[in-house]
Design a protein around this ligand. Structure first.
Ligand SMILES: Nc1ncnc2c1ncn2[C@@H]1O[C@H](COP(=O)(O)OP(=O)(O)OP(=O)(O)O)[C@@H](O)[C@H]1O
Ligand SMILES: [Mg+2]
Length: 274
């Protein structure tokens, strides 16, 4: 197998050569193109690479997910679905993707937000669980070739009771061409595969020390990543992104202007979650 390409963006600030040396801070304009070059093509050939995003409420997880999925669709035409389960979410609707309420999407709807509506009652939640389970079942086939983003994966695993299915998606989905992306407020409430089977980990500054320690552990060297996470500037919406294959890590932040789907005007469906 060939060696993976390293990412070589030009840092805007270099860390010091001390044990507390921080990953370089890199502008997304530099890092982004290199990330999209290698994400899902670790050795130059196509291989799905799961990605998890950790951060407290409002840190930018949904923005990050929809940003990278839109860009990926723009660059490579990747088919994708965002599974929205919890509530109407402005960051999701503002992504400009068509929102569908019934699964599956129509022919030609290659990038959709699937709003698997639920509710607070036991019956509504049971029905929602059934719908998500059915969607996971229908997608589970040879050459599924899709990115599936779970906006609030702990809700799917715990509240909807689909932890076993989620674990299978993470463990075995790659061989079917399935890339899982998850947003999590903290590393809890999901099967351990969601942390261990991912190729890319993204983390915004955690809310408190408990979360910081747990996210640092997921990232690898707990002591080192505690310092890294502490260094992140919340105002600038900075995150650290770590690539498992090479151990490379960078600090960056996304631009305030989002990319748009290439053929969003042609995609059938509306973008409302009401
Ligand atoms: N890089 C960015 N530039 C400009 N605005 C951003 C950026 N990242 C996030 N935002 C904005 O910040 C707000 C919160 O972001 P987002 O909804 O992605 O947070 P979240 O982590 O998904 O929160 P929650 O856990 O509550 O779902 C949104 O209004 C979003 O548009
Ligand atoms: Mg969100």
């Amino acid at each position: 197998m060939s060696q993976p390409h390293s990412l070589t963006p030009t840092p805007t600030r270099r860390g010091q050569d001390s044990p507390a040396d921080l990953p370089p801070v890199v502008a997304w304009e530099q890092l982004g193109p290199q990330f999209f070059e290698v994400w899902g093509r670790p050795h130059g050939t196509v291989m799905p690479e799961h990605l998890s995003v950790y951060g407290p409420s409002g840190s930018g997880k949904t923005y990050f997910i929809t940003y990278v999925m839109t860009e990926r669709a723009r660059l490579r035409g990747t088919h994708a679905v965002v599974v929205a389960t919890k509530k109407a979410d402005r960051t999701l609707t503002e992504a400009g993707w068509p929102v569908i309420k019934d699964w599956p999407p129509d022919y030609g709807q290659n990038q959709v937000i699937w709003w698997a509506r639920g509710g607070l009652s036991d019956q509504q939640q049971a029905e929602q669980s059934k719908r998500v389970h059915m969607m996971m079942h229908t997608l589970w086939q040879e050459d599924a070739n899709k990115i599936i983003a779970w906006d609030e994966l702990p809700y799917v695993s715990l509240d909807l009771g689909l932890g076993r299915q989620v674990a299978t998606y993470y463990r075995e989905g790659r061989s079917l061409g399935i890339t899982n992306i998850a947003a999590l407020q903290r590393p809890a409430g999901v099967p351990r595969h969601v942390h261990s089977e991912v190729s890319w980990t993204v983390a915004f500054r955690p809310k408190d020390q408990d979360d910081r320690d747990r996210v640092a552990e997921i990232l690898g060297n707990r002591k080192y990543y505690r310092d890294v996470l502490e260094s992140l500037d919340r105002e600038k919406r900075q995150f650290v992104i770590k690539r498992e294959l090479t151990g490379e890590a960078f600090i960056s932040s996304l631009p305030g202007t989002r990319p748009v789907l290439p053929d969003s005007k042609d995609q059938p469906g509306n973008t409302s979650m009401s």
